[in-house]
Design a protein around this ligand. Sequence first.
Ligand code: ADP
Ligand code: MG
Length: 454
Amino acid sequence: MAKARTSLRHIDVHEDDIKEEDAEETLDESMNPLEESGHTVDSSDEEVEDAVQEDMARFEETFVGINKRFRLINRIGEGTFSTVYKAEDLEYDKYGNTWDIDERENQKWSSPAQRRRPSRRPHYVAIKKIYVTSSPIRIFNELELLYDLRDSDSVCPLITAFRHLDQVVAVLPYFQHCDFRDYYRDMKISEMRPYFRSLLTALRAVHSKKIIHRDVKPTNFLYNPAQSRGVLVDFGLAEREGTDWHHCLCHVPDEDRRYRASHSVWAQNQAVSHSAPSYPKNDTRNSRRANRAGTRGFRAPEVLLKCTQQTVSIDMWSVGVILLTMLSRRFPFFHSADDIDALLEITTIFGRRKMRETAILHGQVFETNVPSYSEGGHTLEKIILWCTGRTGDKTQPKKELEEDEKEAVQFLYRLLECNPAKRITADEALRHPFLLRTFEDSEADEDMVDLVEV
Ligand SMILES: Nc1ncnc2c1ncn2[C@@H]1O[C@H](COP(=O)(O)OP(=O)(O)O)[C@@H](O)[C@H]1O
Ligand SMILES: [Mg+2]
């Protein structure tokens, strides 16, 4: 039996509008969400493992002078490109601390006399030790973007940065948060709303500056469920929209795109051989290059299809993957070995037709002879019912999603939209009924309090 095959080929549009260099393709892959640490941070700082203790001692020894400014407490994260430590800021009172939201909150409730006195409580920071193997351009990029975003709501600000020899550290306010794996399974819909309000508030700010985060996923959004507050971190893969853009068909009007696709080499080959798809024997075209930096399972279809004009909307797809994870109670939801696999996972949900349309949008041809993918795909409602064991058998009445889940799914469709031009923006998302309800609910609560007081 012939082996099942899935392939992607790009349409040659008979015009030299896709100029490509022969350089290597870019692929910065962030760590698989299951491998990443980012454990629940609590007050049990005393329990520091021996290996961590040794690691911190080595860091203090090699980074001369760091221990005068900071007292390292624990290792709190190990990402793909850095190790992050919790530390006490020993020189807090010597500097302005506009970044300190907690202090601002505390000041609100203290007397004028207390406010004049220097604060006694310890002040914590997160020290991000960027691996020395990272390129200087990349380190500079992360720090520069963080600096640009310093006044953005829900984005973790950069306090300062230091360099000693080849080692660079970024100092950020320490943000108490919980490990996503500890709460996503039990989250009620009403608890998801503030999570996404907070995340999208951050993304609205980031996107308004035309910055693409590129690595939106639970370990890069530190969330504190008790306070319904979160901060977006990790701008290690972020870039400004438009960097290294080359023309992509997704940016031309629909009519032009259809015309070009129907006059492409591929379309002409199709016209000649009506049966099985044919492939050029010696394809002399350069392979397409595009930035595919990000994390497996969170990449938007256009990233997988190597769109050469990616926009901030790639982040919105990743937000959709987080919501799908919460609603389906499956983490990680997508778990592919490579980009073709990842496209197939998306095909399982959205069907072949949608994938063909999406590929054409970016001047690519999507073909598969794997028989199990349906033409039309499945509804997200059905996927969620399946994942949460609510399908039952044929003898039982059909199960349905709860009303508030249905509302969440309407929002999810807007995020997991395969066409980036039609996908909801962060600003629109914050005005979507699913997220607006948070306000309505809390206003209703306040009304009730008023009634009690009267
Ligand atoms: N400001 C912070 N407060 C508390 N923990 C943090 C902070 N910044 C990062 N972390 C922890 O460190 C982990 C890695 O940080 P991140 O910036 O994502 O680095 P990487 O680029 O290596 O992924 C995060 O997932 C989180 O658990
Ligand atoms: Mg990270």
